[in-house]
Design a protein around this ligand. Structure first.
Ligand code: GAP
Length: 439
């Protein structure tokens, strides 16, 4: 049973996954900070994406492009003209809304304000979502710069640099993870829609005739990535966009959607961007962005298939999908059934008592495990409470060091999901933990 959103917000704050930003000043406009556990988990989400997109393939290379970018990039890409949302104001309570998110009222079919119910709304006007700033000390037209609203343009403007230095040929991809910024009119649903967020984007360059084939391939691959990391298949679906929904650059898009507590919502868009971006930048810069195929003596502008996911939004989906409540020995417990590769800690090392006699062997155990897994170390409170805490933050394995360990050089491994405990010699521990975590 998926949890209520409030449960995830509460757990995130209480356990140190996600905090409202600048909370001591009352928060700041739907921005969030990732706490000790959130920083680990978000890093794991990004690492898993990178592992599957770059490390485990030979046809994809990485990139880390600048966030601050020239207006010329966004003019050429079409974002200055087209990256807009329809903004309406309520004349009664002065709230602002995205017109395409408002429900028509059942009585007369007119749009109404979700805050005060008034139908006295202004006409929708196009509001550009890009954050503008200035690079350098003088704040004039000439110093204008933008915070990127997608990482993708970094891939396109570096197309030739990458082609010439990486010895790749289509079909090949460029992968990038990083922050993007959008001045969203109505951020909300916790970290689902924020103004500052992280994206994980692949631009996969293919011969134009192979566009449809690779689009289907990436739709399948990307859906399976979420399933492989533990999101139940029935909480995921692929939804093709209608014509009217398509972005200005797309000839076809399908979203990987997740069943959020408020209904289906996008985790990732897979788009066939055709040759739109490379041609647009070639026309604006005067630099040919093409591939010359020596085998066929053909010169062409590749098509681009783009799987574009949100790291922060995806982390929230992992939390929602993993949240569970059950009973252990008649007592209710909250447990995050996170995949070991996504969980903030993979192992908790728990000396049964704080007594000095246990510390050296507990530290030895920790030292053996740290090279293979992110470990928590906790020596206060009763062992039962420490197990519950580790269950609630999703740690798959707990290793308990007790007084018998001093005699038999063995420790107890406890499994988060089954709560089963087994005794293993310290010398077998690393192999046992690796095999249980699937590492
Ligand atoms: N380069 C294509 C692109 O940016 P998008 O569908 O606008 O496509 C890709 O964004 C993903 O980025 C989304 O599926 C979502 O996961 C994430 N994303 C977009 N806007 C977001 C926001 N305001 N807050 C959090 N995540 C966002």
């Amino acid at each position: 049973m998926p949890p209520e959103m409030d449960e995830i917000v509460r757990l995130s704050k209480q356990r140190g996954f996600i905090f409202p930003s600048a909370e001591i000043y009352g928060g700041f406009r739907s921005t969030y900070d990732y706490g000790p556990l959130g920083a680990l988990m978000l890093r794991n989400v990004k690492n898993e994406w990178w592992r599957s997109m770059v490390q485990m393939r030979h046809d994809v290379v990485g990139l880390d492009a600048a966030i601050l970018s020239s207006p010329r990039v966004w003019e050429a890409s079409g974002h200055l003209a087209n990256f807009t949302d329809p903004l309406v104001d309520c004349r009664n309570c002065h709230e602002r809304w995205r017109a395409d998110h408002l429900e028509p009222s059942p009585e007369d079919g007119r749009l109404h304000c979700p805050n005060c119910d008034s139908t006295d709304l202004t006409d929708a006007r196009a509001f550009n979502l890009m954050f503008q700033t200035h690079a350098g000390p003088v704040q004039d037209e000439g110093s204008a710069a933008y915070l990127r609203p997608e990482t993708a343009q970094g891939h396109f403007v570096n197309f030739l640099n990458v082609l010439q230095t990486s010895r790749k040929r289509p079909p090949f991809g460029i992968a990038q993870i990083g922050k993007s910024f959008r001045n969203e009119i109505t951020p909300g649903n916790f970290v689902f829609r924020t103004r500052e967020f992280e994206q994980m984007e692949l631009e996969y360059f293919v011969p134009p005739a192979e566009g449809a084939k690779w689009f289907d391939y990436w739709c399948r691959e990307r859906l399976e990535w979420y399933v492989g990391l533990g999101i139940p298949r029935d909480m995921l679906r692929l939804r093709p966009h209608g014509q009217e929904e398509l972005s200005h650059y797309s000839a076809g898009t399908s979203d990987v959607e997740f069943l959020f507590p408020w209904g289906w919502g996008e985790l990732e868009g897979i788009a066939n961007r055709t040759d739109f971006d490379l041609k647009a930048h070639a026309a604006a810069s005067g630099v040919k962005l093409e591939y010359f195929d020596q085998a066929t003596n053909e010169r062409y502008v590749p098509y681009v298939i783009e799987p574009a996911a949100g790291a922060t939004r995806t982390m929230m989906a992992f939390l929602l999908a993993a949240y569970d409540e059950d009973r252990i020995g008649g007592e209710k417990r909250t447990v995050l059934r996170l995949h070991p590769r996504i969980a903030p800690y993979q192992v908790a090392v728990l000396p049964l008592s704080k007594k000095d006699t246990l510390t050296p062997v507990a530290e030895e155990v920790l030292g053996r495990l740290q090279p293979i897994a992110m470990c928590d170390y906790d020596e206060t409170q009763s062992i039962g409470r420490r197990y519950r805490r580790q269950d609630e933050i999703g740690t798959p394995l707990a290793v308990t060091v007790d007084f018998d360990t001093l005699e038999d050089r063995a420790v107890t491994i406890r499994d988060r999901d089954t709560t089963e405990q087994v005794r293993v010699p310290i010398d077998d521990l690393v192999a046992q933990v690796k095999s249980r975590l699937g590492f």
